[in-house]
Design a protein around this ligand. Structure first.
Ligand SMILES: O=C(O)CCC(=O)C(=O)O
Length: 260
């Protein structure tokens, strides 16, 4: 396991506390926080059109898989009466291996699982392009991870519910939600350059108010390690549990040795 090195100050992030905000315990809308990230400019419609002939695996209005060209997805994103295409599960590195490096290094390194060997490491960054009125149904993020989501074009409405509700709705195993939160939903409208933070275990649904382009990444680190361990303990996934324990121990040793 190789620990990704982290510079002392997150100089290219733009705000020294942004890394803490991305790891916050409550969902958050960080206005304009990603506007200067190179990936924001790279994912302009114009740049994406350069790959317009490429075939991609999107979803139709009923969430059924469809193979279409990227141009069809982008045309639908702009259409006044869209057919409802949503490119929802496009792994960023498979779309273009150069794109992940355009996220600030400090932000990429929030994901401690990057310390795993390449073949054991989950690829947790996605490009999402959706037409107006497409949506992602209520869910909790993969493997009890947290996430940030940067909107590059359009507008998204997010509705969050705390982990206790997620547990009631059987989106989390009983006993996973240990903290008490205000039970009321949190709602945000995200605009270009804004980052939405999804902490571990928060149920959320997302609606594309207009056609949109976004990039999102999930992570597990010190901020949500306990939650993720509890999740895997309760679901009985001992392999994932053991991997997380090993990753946590490697980072603890690294920090004791003076690393960051
Ligand atoms: O923007 C979307 O449709 C869904 C984003 C989301 O919920 C996620 O990435 O977990």
């Amino acid at each position: 396991m190789s620990i990704p090195s982290t510079p002392d100050a997150p100089a290219d992030v733009g705000a020294t506390d942004l890394l803490d905000l991305l790891c916050g315990a409550e969902p958050a809308l960080l206005r304009g926080a990603g506007r200067h990230w190179p990936v924001f400019a790279a994912l302009s419609e114009e740049n994406l059109r350069a790959h317009g002939d490429r075939l991609v695996e999107a979803e139709d209005r009923d969430h059924r898989p469809v193979t279409v060209s990227l141009d069809e997805v982008l045309d639908d994103m702009r259409a006044a009466r869209p057919q409802g295409l949503y490119l929802r599960h496009q792994v960023l590195s498979r779309f273009d291996p150069a794109l992940p490096a355009l996220v600030p290094g400090e932000v990429r390194r929030l994901n401690w699982l990057l310390a795993l060997e390449p073949d054991a490491r989950p690829d947790w960054s996605w490009l999402m392009i959706g037409a107006a009125a497409t949506s992602s149904p209520l869910h909790v993020d993969v493997m009890a991870s947290a996430a940030w989501n940067l909107l590059c074009t359009g507008a998204k409405r997010w509705t969050f519910h705390p982990p206790e509700r997620a547990e009631e709705w059987r989106l989390l195993p009983p006993g996973c939600a240990t903290d008490t939160h205000d039970p009321r939903p949190r709602e945000f409208v995200q605009e270009p350059g804004d980052i939405v933070v999804t902490p571990s275990g928060w149920a959320h649904e997302v609606h594309n108010v207009t056609g949109s382009i976004a990039v999102t990444s999930n992570f597990i680190n010190r901020s949500n390690m306990d939650f993720a361990l509890r999740y895997f303990g309760l679901t009985g996934d001992t392999d994932a549990y053991d991997v997380l324990v090993a990753v946590g121990a490697a980072f603890a040793r690294h920090e004791e040795g003076g690393g960051r």
